[in-house]
Design a protein around this ligand. Structure first.
Ligand code: SF4
Length: 279
């Protein structure tokens, strides 16, 4: 996959948190790029528009290109403080496909190793994270590092239709297994909760992670009247494939209750669950 990559000089790199991520306990978020070339059909970020730091072209062509903050590591080196709890990132995957060429994360990890914050949490679904396992392990000797890896379903056909640039279920489990074996704190994040076999999914992630399980169903207007929400593209896919019930709050609750009853360790939803990543 080759996507156009642009660069820009940013004025800052750490943003004070608000909303969901602030409620979870993070003080700052770190976003190395604008627009995410995973381009998931349900991604809530383009529905945030300028409030997600996006330009009109990012919204119109979500997932078709990306723009890196070329001075991110230099800005970070100046902005880091020991009491920060940093989430990377609420609006882009730091290991999106273009990271392979851009190699931004090794520079960011290097800055973090030199001046570690209180907590650094990587939110990703990118198997490319394994490239950086050594610096992540090094950072973990100096501060609390959490890797929250998105495992949205156990069904590879569902992955193909909703998030076709993302790794298959088994590959994601192997990445988590390798990170856990390297001594890194690992969490499976079932977010968004896509159509799945709840038992197979929960039993699969429990074997390869160390932390509690985090879940978040599709955001829908019935339960969230404003702010970021699921893209229309995912609704269209759900309608086409007969998955409409996966957008219904009562159905969400049934599946969540089922997953909770299967999980042999804590399992939570929303900010309460993401709070585990801030400590
Ligand atoms: S990986 Fe995350 S940020 Fe990127 S498109 Fe998918 S949901 Fe959006």
């Amino acid at each position: 996959m080759n996507f156009p990559i642009y660069e820009t000089e940013a004025r800052g790199i750490l943003s004070k948190t608000t909303g969901f991520i602030q409620a979870a306990g993070f003080t700052h978020s770190l976003t190395p790029a604008r627009n995410c070339t995973f381009g998931c059909s349900y991604c809530y970020v383009p529905t945030m528009g300028i409030y997600g730091g996006l330009k009109p072209d990012d919204v119109k062509k979500w997932g078709q290109f990306t723009t890196y903050k070329s001075n991110a590591a230099a800005l970070l080196a100046k902005a880091l403080k020991p009491d920060q709890r940093i989430y990377c990132s609420p609006v882009v995957d730091p290991y999106q496909p273009t990271e392979e060429q851009q190699q931004m994360m090794p520079r960011i990890l290097d800055a973090l190793i030199r001046k570690p914050p209180r907590v650094f949490t990587i939110q990703t679904r990118g198997t490319l994270i394994l490239r950086d396992i050594d610096p992540i392990r090094e950072l973990a000797t100096r501060t609390r590092v959490n890797v929250s890896f998105s495992v949205t379903t156990d069904d590879n056909e569902i992955i193909r239709v909703y998030e076709n640039r993302c790794a298959k279920f088994e590959e994601r489990l192997s990445v988590l297994e390798a990170l856990t074996a390297a001594g890194i704190n690992t969490f499976a994040t079932i977010a968004p909760m896509l159509p799945c076999n709840p038992r197979r999914l929960v039993e699969g992630v429990v074997k390869v992670t160390t932390g509690p399980i985090i879940c978040d169903p599709f955001h829908v207007r019935e339960t969230k009247s404003n702010g970021a929400t699921t893209r229309d593209a995912a609704r269209a896919i759900a309608n086409h494939h007969g998955h409409q019930q996966w957008f219904e709050p009562a159905f969400h609750q049934r599946i969540i209750d089922e997953m909770k009853s299967i999980a042999p360790r804590p399992f939570e939803v929303g900010p309460k669950a993401f709070a585990w990543l801030a400590i």
